[in-house]
Write a protein that binds this ligand. Sequence first.
Ligand SMILES: [Zn+2]
Length: 302
Amino acid sequence: MTLVILALDALDAGLVEHFDLDSFRLASSTEVQTFAHARDQPFTPEVWATVATGLDPEEHGVTGSGTSEWDNPLLEFASKFSAKLPENRRGQLGDLVGRATGERERVGRTDRKTVFDREGGVVRNWPGVGDGADLQRAWDLMVAVSKDISRREFERDLLGLCAEQFGWAREMLHHEVSVAGVHVHTLDAAGHAYADDEAALREVYERVGGFVDEVAAALGPDDDLLLLSDHGMRTAFFDADAGEKPGSHSWRAYASATTEDVPDDVYDVADWVDRHVRGVAPDEDDRVEMPMEQLRDLGYVE
Ligand SMILES: [Zn+2]
């Protein structure tokens, strides 16, 4: 009854093979055609808004270089080199990043119909579509790791956020939900931080794969799961990326699904969702009788 869509930012088709991870190989898997519009690499908010609407950036309106939260070139530079710097230089670089990015601009939100605008459709943290608070946290972590937090803190907080997002997706399977989508920034953040550290990136892939296993195991007979990315991530250790800049976005976007077919172009996902979503009964809007007097007595409300 429920289709769960895990928007796994930067999940790389080549690295799924390189790391040989079955967790990301559901019944059908494929490399996915993605695109670049405002930049010469796929740009996260643009692609996810296209996935959700089936529309071109010019039509869904989430585009442009103003939405710089995820793909800031200076941040990529910082995350690539900060780990190699002596402790005192890392702080300076972090300050530089902070000054250059300044006040963070919020990503725009499309006003066009999305795949989640249907009876029983729910979405959490989807660039260009849903609440961006989770993404803000991932972004803050990416900046923080170039400044003053340790690898231990970075991984603990990044995977902690990831666990919340996967836990939410799993919970949706217990409700009258037709389609549940959540964007997970973990592999993008880890990919930038560990583009030259194969063991560290493999470990994060394995952790995220473990979360995918848990969702897959929780699916009922009528539920389906789609894993999807907007682009991949070039690394220093993957042969196909020789001569490319590690930590830049690769064209190896990826999809895998529990169904017999899987979308192979980011522009086709919305149609694919329309074909695979099953309806849920209209919400009868049973009201919950919350005893407001009690809440007032406890000081929870005025
Ligand atoms: Zn992305």
